[in-house]
Ligand binder design. Structure first.
Ligand SMILES: [Fe+2]
Length: 402
């Protein structure tokens, strides 16, 4: 009996020690901290990318489980899976920015996850010395599900680094059923520093939703400016390395395009460093093939999102109109959502010009799409949440996906 009690006491002491260590890790006893994030990028039916930042150089990984073992994850006794970022045989290390893609996931499932970063005190060719470890809190995400019949999406545009405005708008949102959030361009006025990205919108987004709902960074003309603009994919990695692509969430086939700069490439302000005319033409080529794809043709709704609207003056607008509108028309898309003008407007279908409605979201406001069965309801609200417009679109193809 005495021996039995001894073993029980020993086990309890081990458990307490384990818990104490775990709590110390969360605090980061050596001053190691997760400074920004995590936030979700590159959503897919079988993958998700997690991005976060630490205040010291680290080697990092993501621990994740499935919805089934959420009650035990991450305590000992369960075995969470881990994912690291590995390229060319090397695991990403000795950095403060951590980008890890979880792959091999199942569509439409919930995955709890947490980020873990281990400080690297010394990084020499034949000796790496690790230091403290910080463990993030547990969050969860849903993989995209092409088979679900209901979903919601949210679109913000022209935030221009006004994190306070964004926070206010995020506070008023009901996130139920939300699958995706789109920042439809000019989210920042220019990209000059990491702090500008964090303070301009990212921290507000993380606090509001982005730890559990992925966002899609759509490029606007201002997002091409500043010394960090060429490193935008390091922070907001797009699908397949491009800022134009398609993705499916439930009955909606989204097409994301990059409308580029608003002025001609030879405008003096670009100093000879812009090449958007050929870039928009390449996207037109891609779009021509995209509207022939099975995913596009089979989708109950075809929703196209890009920054500069396909009408009006200005070189960028004229090029977008000339190059993309005929293809979108041919593809019989259901809706185009843009920004750039800062004022809300809705251009209803015009015979001979475009057979789809164009909604331009307001800078101080938000757009929400709710899809249920054969109906897409698009609601535009101002920054205070007051409804400005409501548009009902019925699927022209089929009531429900199989
Ligand atoms: Fe713009």
């Amino acid at each position: 009996m005495r021996r039995y009690l001894f073993h029980v006491c020993l086990l309890v002491m081990i458990l307490i020690a384990g818990e104490t260590r775990s709590l110390a890790d969360v605090a980061g006893s050596g001053g190691l901290r997760v400074t920004h994030g995590p936030y979700l990028q590159q959503p897919g039916p079988d993958s998700m990318t997690v991005v976060w930042f630490t205040n010291k150089n680290c080697f990092s990984w993501v621990e994740y489980g499935t919805g089934e073992n959420f009650r035990t994850f991450p305590k000992w006794g369960s075995l969470p899976r881990t994912a690291v970022s590995s390229r060319h045989g090397l695991i990403q290390a000795n950095t403060t920015r951590h980008v890890v893609t979880l792959s091999g996931l199942e569509p439409g499932r919930t995955y709890p996850y947490r980020v873990v970063s281990r400080e690297i005190l010394q990084f020499e060719p034949y000796e790496v010395i690790y230091g403290d470890t910080v463990v993030g809190g547990i969050h969860r995400f849903h993989t995209l599900d092409p088979k679900k019949t209901e979903t919601s999406f949210h679109v913000f545009q022209d935030i221009h680094g006004d994190a306070e405005l964004l926070s206010g708008m995020l506070d008023g949102i009901s996130w139920d059923k939300a699958g995706l959030v789109f920042f439809n361009g000019d989210t920042l006025s220019h990209l000059e520093s990491e702090e500008g990205i964090f303070n301009g919108f990212l921290d507000a987004g993380v606090h509001g939703f982005a730890r559990e709902i992925p966002f899609v960074y759509v490029r606007g003309n201002h997002d091409t400016r500043g010394i960090l603009a060429r490193r935008l994919p390091d922070y907001f990695p797009p699908r397949n390395g491009r800022y134009y692509y398609a993705l499916d969430d439930g009955p909606v086939h989204f097409i994301i395009l990059d409308s580029g700069e608003d002025k001609p490439d030879d405008a003096p302000v670009y100093a000879g460093l812009a090449d958007f005319d050929s870039y928009r033409e390449r996207q037109a080529e891609w779009l021509r093939a995209e509207i022939e794809s099975e995913a596009f043709r089979e989708a109950a709704f075809r929703v196209v999102i890009f920054h500069i609207p396909p009408f009006g003056r200005g070189h960028g607008a004229q090029e977008v109109t000339r190059l993309w509108n005929p293809i979108l028309e041919q593809g019989e898309v259901d809706l185009v959502i843009c920004g750039h003008l800062h004022r809300f407007s809705r251009i209803d279908p015009e015979p001979g010009r475009h057979g789809f409605p164009i909604v331009v979201g307001p800078a101080r406001g938000r757009v929400r799409g709710d899809v249920s069965g054969e109906l897409l309801t698009l609601t535009v609200r101002d920054a205070e949440g007051k409804e400005m417009d409501r548009l009902l679109i019925k699927s022209r193809r089929r009531p429900f996906p199989d």
